[in-house]
Design a binder for this molecule. Sequence first.
Ligand code: NAD
Length: 284
Amino acid sequence: MNRDSILLGLIGEGLDLSRTPAMHEAEGLAHGAATVYRRIDTRGKRASGRELKTLLDAALALGFNGLNITHPFKQAIVPLLDEVSEQAQQLGAVNTVVISPEGRTTGHNTDVTGFARGLEEGLPQAKMDTVVQVGAGGVGNAVAYALVTHGVRELLVADLDSTRAEALAAEINKAIGREAVRGVDARGIETSIAQADGVVNATPMGMLAHPGTAFDTACLTPAHWVADVVYMPIETELLATARALGCQTLDGTRMAIYQAVDAFGLFTGLEADASRMRETFLSL
Ligand code: NAD
């Protein structure tokens, strides 16, 4: 690719608060390349009403080097690509599309690799035999896949919508070829958490608009590790409670930053500086 300039974009719905454009623009510039990262928002004036394929074709025609793909297109983009990494293919979801100079598209999933890197770095000694994940939505899918492909032997997934938890379990078990994930009832999930090594919140609970926790934290002990995908705020009620108890914790920023670090590497072939991208992320 032409390293003199980098042209990237994010296709999704409701992108105003995304910190990903700023992370890529600052990182590209730090590598000496003028970098433009556009929000292609299907709720915005220009892209609304356009088919995903039309937007992808436009990016190809305009010489984009890559795209991130977010809600609600992570699954729909898969069949539109020339090639998809084995991991993204198994999960059936792509968040990063690399576009070659010839216009060939390759899909990857850096939500998975990003969460896994955060886990390895933030909870290096954590016991991973049995883990409970609460929340089986878009982020929960990538998190569950990352957990069971990075050491978790048994993953129990609960969601207020039990069909989602069961569907996620079936999909991931099929993808990895073993019965590692089980959908369980969200009611009384505290009993399972009490017996687990760690717990991951993959629900919006803890955000300013969704205060509180997704389960009763009285079931936690200092032996648990606790991870949250929510990063606004960084210190959720769940993490604050867990920390006060003495639990090891992992906040949502690592996933958000490492998905961008990994995507930048794929887009440019350059190694992103994770601490610099973190600085940009936290400055916003
Ligand atoms: P989603 O709406 O697709 O899924 C959320 C799921 O949580 C739903 O299935 C819902 O039924 C379930 N849920 C909600 N409250 C619950 C409760 N009390 N108990 C059990 N289940 C409950 O949302 P998503 O796209 O998966 O995003 C989830 C959160 O992840 C967002 O709110 C955001 O804060 C965070 N997020 C983090 C990153 C990151 O990189 N760290 C990236 C995107 C989003």
